[in-house]
Write a protein that binds this ligand. Structure first.
Ligand SMILES: Cc1ncc(COP(=O)(O)O)c(C=O)c1O
Length: 398
């Protein structure tokens, strides 16, 4: 109950909170933050209705793999729920070190540090290295975690047009020689599904003696030999200084990592506040990520099924002449260009039992309002039949 006395003292911030347009519109159209009461494989249930999940990033379909579940359960039994503190303060555990060594080896780097979220890992990959006098060259379509890292680093930032190395080179022409230059790129751009034009960026970085930080949240597990990611896809592991990634996509877990040289990781551990002041990755998340990594190495059938599903899904969208923004990966946008169209398309998919996600400007460039979808190895033929039928229906509604 609000007393008149407390009401009169209410801060103006509450007025802003209660009159916020984005929140009001989000609640009105009920587009995000849905709660599902049950899940089985790619199927989720909301208010008793079944949907096929078409927007999660479980690319390899491992989220229900028995070995991953068992690894998490056993880790909790052995180590408890959490180490309840930052590693700098109350230490890491042997399971952190084991996963870091495995990941570093897998990625072809000397060392690695694991985090409790991919967001933290990617922000740390920037704050751990960039500082105020440095110049960051950032693709304008970067993920929010990297923008957070860029802002927190205090470095000067110049944005270049999406995946456009020549634009980045033009910016660099006018820069002083002595400045530290840092490229921040994504291996696979999460919204667009585009693969970074890494060879062109490496060429410019070498010309200007620049450092490269690459977020491979969506390339890891999908591209390269055994899923080693974008750097392996281009055979450019040594040319990229720092790789960061998330466990919440192909590894079907929670957490993330930064991989680099030994001295790079030691330096980040001294300079990134997100590394120093945030609690360690939990025992269950660590063990599950390690099991998922082993499965990626030992069971190629998941990647094979992903490719098969991807081929079928792409042909469904292609036959319907839907614009997929030239996505080259399992992260596939359906660009409709206007938010009204996006809304009606999304509603029609929901009606047919397909769950996808809306992304509109300013989250995407103007004119690129889209439905973001992602295909998984765990989608079945029957799922794809239903997805096809729903896409035909949704297209007829716009
Ligand atoms: C490109 C990219 N980087 C970082 C992250 C953050 O990872 P997480 O969600 O695991 O915290 C995401 C997640 O969506 C992402 O798409």
């Amino acid at each position: 109950m609000a007393f008149p006395f407390t009401k009169s003292k209410e801060s103006p911030l509450w007025k802003r909170i209660r009159s916020d347009d984005s929140t009001r519109l989000r609640l009105k159209y009920d587009t995000y933050y849905h709660i599902f009461e049950h899940q089985e494989g790619t199927r989720v249930w909301k208010d008793g209705k079944e949907y096929i999940m078409l927007s999660s990033n479980d690319y390899l379909g491992l989220s229900n793999h028995p070995r991953i579940k068992e690894a998490g359960i056993n880790a909790i039994k052995k180590w408890g729920s959490s180490t309840t503190g930052a590693r700098l303060a109350n230490g890491g555990r042997i399971f952190h070190q084991e996963l870091e060594e495995k990941l570093a080896h897998f990625m072809g780097k000397e060392a690695c540090h694991v985090f409790s979220a991919g967001y933290l890992a990617c922000a740390s990959a920037v704050t751990g290295f960039a500082e105020r006098k440095d110049l960051i060259l950032a693709d304008k379509n970067l993920h929010s975690s990297l923008w957070s890292g860029i802002q927190l680093s205090g470095a000067r930032c110049e944005r270049f047009a999406h995946n456009n190395a020549s634009h980045a080179a033009e910016i660099l022409e006018d820069e002083e020689k002595g400045t530290n230059k840092i490229f921040v790129l994504e291996g696979v751009y999460s919204m667009e599904g585009h693969i970074a034009k890494l060879p062109s960026f490496v060429e410019i970085a070498q010309k200007y003696n620049a450092f490269i930080i690459l977020d491979d949240a969506h390339g890891f597990g999908v591209l390269g030999e055994k899923g080693k990611g974008t750097v392996d896809h281009f055979k450019m592991t040594d040319e990229v200084d720092v790789i960061c990634s998330s466990f919440s996509k192909s590894l079907a877990g929670a957490g993330g990592f930064v991989a680099s040289s030994r001295d790079g990781i030691d330096y980040m551990r001294s300079h990134s506040k997100q590394t120093i002041f945030s609690a360690a990755l939990s025992p269950a998340s660590c063990a599950s990520a390690q099991a998922a990594l082993d499965i990626m190495l030992e069971e190629p059938e998941h990647a094979e099924r992903l490719q098969k599903n991807l081929d079928r899904y792409r042909s469904i969208l292609y036959n319907l002449e839907l614009d997929t923004w030239e996505s080259e990966t399992p992260a596939i946008p359906i660009v409709l260009g206007e938010k009204e169209k996006v809304y009606y398309f999304w509603k029609a998919l929901l009606e047919k039992g397909i769950y996808a996600i809306i992304s509109i400007a300013p989250g995407v460039p103007p004119g690129k309002d889209l439905i973001r979808t992602a295909i998984s190895a765990s989608h079945t033929e029957e799922d794809l039949d239903r997805i096809e039928e729903a896409m035909v229906y949704a297209k007829s509604k716009i």
